[in-house]
Design a protein around this ligand. Structure first.
Ligand code: SF4
Ligand code: SF4
Length: 168
């Protein structure tokens, strides 16, 4: 299993077009989803997210009202203070956790999440292979991009391409 983050980036980018073709190919074939979930569980079990934290560095975290309430409670912050210190807007004017391209999420310290017990649902579910609603097929649209930085997604896609005997 590939875990080196530099290799993941290089291989994920190299295989991006192939992974897009796989996503399209998957839509025109029928498979038992259970085998995809089993593969996702195996990859999750084999990879230590604490040695990675790439999702906290790379992705935007959209906030729901529930996320906001949970974080405000955890931090003991008023809504005004919370929005001033920890929230910005994305290109669609939706509230996301404050972040920079250099440091990632405002709550990331090294590879540690400093608000782990109150982290947003999106963080808890990432990379959305095992958690969250919807079929795996419906979640596939973001996977080729995620495979360029997330070891779980990269290895899962490789496993699933093998299981389905996908040929380029
Ligand atoms: S809140 Fe925590 S888990 Fe979510 S992106 Fe920020 S550091 Fe990562
Ligand atoms: S979910 Fe993926 S990107 Fe995020 S820490 Fe785990 S392996 Fe890394």
């Amino acid at each position: 299993m590939l875990t080196d983050l530099i290799q993941i980036k290089r291989e994920g980018e190299k295989k991006h077009a192939e992974n897009l073709s796989f996503r399209k190919w998957l839509k025109s074939h029928t498979f038992v989803e259970r085998q995809f979930h089993k593969a996702a569980q195996e990859v999750h079990d084999a990879i230590d997210c604490r040695a990675c934290a790439q999702c906290c560095k790379v992705t935007e975290v959209e906030l729901t009202e529930r996320d906001i309430a949970g974080l405000m409670k955890l931090l003991g912050a008023s809504r005004k203070r919370f929005f001033a210190d920890y929230v910005m807007q994305n290109d669609e004017a939706k509230p996301i956790l404050k972040r920079t391209d250099e440091a990632g999420c405002v709550f990331l310290s090294g590879n540690e999440c400093t608000v782990y017990d109150g982290r947003p649902a999106d963080c808890e579910r990432f990379p959305h292979l095992l958690r969250g609603a919807g079929s795996l097929e419906s979640k596939m649209w973001k996977m080729p991009d995620r495979a360029t930085f997330c070891p779980i997604v990269y290895n899962w896609l490789e496993k699933v391409k093998g299981l389905t005997k996908f040929t380029k």
